[in-house]
Design a protein around this ligand. Structure first.
Ligand SMILES: NC(=O)c1ccc[n+]([C@@H]2O[C@H](COP(=O)([O-])OP(=O)(O)OC[C@H]3O[C@@H](n4cnc5c(N)ncnc54)[C@H](O)[C@@H]3O)[C@@H](O)[C@H]2O)c1
Length: 407
């Protein structure tokens, strides 16, 4: 049960007691009516109510015990979107498609309705006459209002809106307007998409001076996750990768957005980066993304890797990943919201390089291999634990750059 509603009792009374005394934390989802956002809200409520185990949530594993992460039951959801389909209806559609378990939307109806009541119109809307600065102001005002009305200790902004094309003109894309609003309202920020968000050069100085932690970009949930494991394997075994080609078939809102070649190019840049970083060079081969509406939220990602072994022996590895995109993404969104909230509480700021584990195109030049990224993540957990794990301890001075620390 998220703190949006107050009608159900978690299974474990001890965790209920801890949750009751924990400061409440806002999670503000840009793209709040989308598949990933809806799955995150419904999933958080299901886990809090003890209806499902936390499969897929890294922050629920023993490595994060005692780190002072906000309990799932302390999270309060809100967000921006440009469409008005009510969240309970969106959840019903996801259940009908088999993304959410049958009956879950009904079981967590109060939580979905509470989050729905906290979704504000996003932008820019068609015919919007507001200037970019007015839009940022309006978004920041929504964030401040949400944080104040709910008495939240802080609000983490998470971008899970449709992927944008790489911007070309002088105007900030919508994702960067929201990132600017997060800065203006003093909110930690996560970019789970390949869109510009906080990466836009026009925000660099403001982000650096803000004293806020942020992380991105583009959640690593399927094909790239596999690449970040297989790339290092080929490199470490001194096998020569000759070509690496990939095809993705998916539907849903993400599939439709990525049918735009400019949006797909933004996504593919991150997928290629992991190969360049782990193999030392981008091998021959391309990545294609095909919109197949009949597949809905299910993605098939096929990789074909041609490589040479000893004495030039030619070999091929093929992998087929069949995943439910939102079920892969939602637990990571919850992980990241909790980690950014705790990092903010501990006074960390700047790009959280210890979170490269979660992203296709992480900030900075940290390792690209999943194993090394996991080591960085657990080092960050250790640091958060060392900071005391409670709001009262408030260790780590504001403005301390995590990126500059030895993590
Ligand atoms: N495994 C995964 O699902 C995964 C992995 C990595 C990244 N992502 C990224 O997460 C994002 C969300 O994926 P999804 O499947 O939920 O997509 P979706 O199409 O279901 O949802 C996107 C939502 O964003 C909203 N939106 C569009 N423009 C907006 C704006 N200007 N302001 C506010 N809201 C806006 C849409 O109305 C929609 O509700 C995509 O960018 C996707 O690439 C997903």
């Amino acid at each position: 049960m998220s703190a949006n509603s107050a009608s159900r009792v978690p299974a474990d009374p001890a965790s209920q007691e801890a949750a009751d005394s924990a400061p409440r934390v806002g999670v503000w989802l840009i793209g709040a009516r989308g598949s990933v956002a809806t799955t995150a809200v419904a999933g958080c409520a299901a886990l809090t109510a003890g209806l499902h185990p936390p499969v897929g949530m890294v922050t629920e594993t023993p490595a994060f015990a005692g780190c002072g992460l906000p309990p799932l039951s302390s999270l309060v959801f809100g967000g921006h979107d440009t469409v008005d389909c009510p969240l309970p209806k969106r959840a019903e559609a996801l259940a009908a498609a088999g993304v959410l378990p049958h009956g879950l939307p009904h079981a967590v109806a109060a939580d979905l309705a509470a989050a729905d009541a906290e979704i504000r119109p996003g932008g820019p809307l068609p015919g919007d006459t507001r200037t970019q600065d007015e839009l940022v102001d309006a978004f920041a005002a929504d964030l401040r209002d949400f944080t104040r009305r709910h008495g939240l200790s802080r609000t983490v902004v998470v971008n899970v809106a449709s992927t944008e094309p790489v911007p070309t003109g002088p105007d900030l894309p919508a994702s960067s307007l929201y990132a600017a609003a997060a800065l203006r309202a003093g909110c930690p920020y996560v970019n789970f998409t390949p869109s510009s968000g906080m990466h836009h050069p026009a925000l660099a100085a403001e982000a650096a001076a803000s004293g806020l932690p942020y992380a991105g970009r583009d959640g690593k949930t399927g094909q790239t996750l596999l690449r970040s494991v297989l790339g290092p394997m080929f490199a470490q075994r001194a096998l020569a990768v000759r070509a690496w080609s990939g095809t993705n078939l998916l539907g849903g809102g993400d599939g439709a957005a990525l049918a735009d070649p400019a949006a797909a190019a933004a996504k593919n840049a991150g997928k290629e980066r992991v190969l360049a970083d782990t193999l030392g060079a981008v091998p021959e081969g391309e990545v294609h993304i095909d919109d197949v509406p009949a597949l809905g939220d299910w993605k098939t990602a096929w990789d074909h890797i041609a490589f040479d072994g000893f004495l030039g022996a030619r070999m091929v590895l093929q992998t087929t990943w069949q995943g439910c995109d939102s079920a892969l993404a939602a637990p990571l969104v919850l992980d990241l919201a909790r980690l950014l909230a705790r990092a903010h509480e501990a006074g960390l700021s700047g790009p959280l390089t210890g979170l490269g584990f979660y992203f296709k195109d992480p900030h900075g030049d940290g390792p690209a291999a999943l194993g090394e990224q996991y080591a960085q993540l657990t080092a960050l957990a250790e640091r958060l634990r060392g900071d005391g794990g409670t709001a009262a301890d408030g260790a780590g001075g504001p403005g301390e750059a995590e990126g500059g620390a030895a993590l």
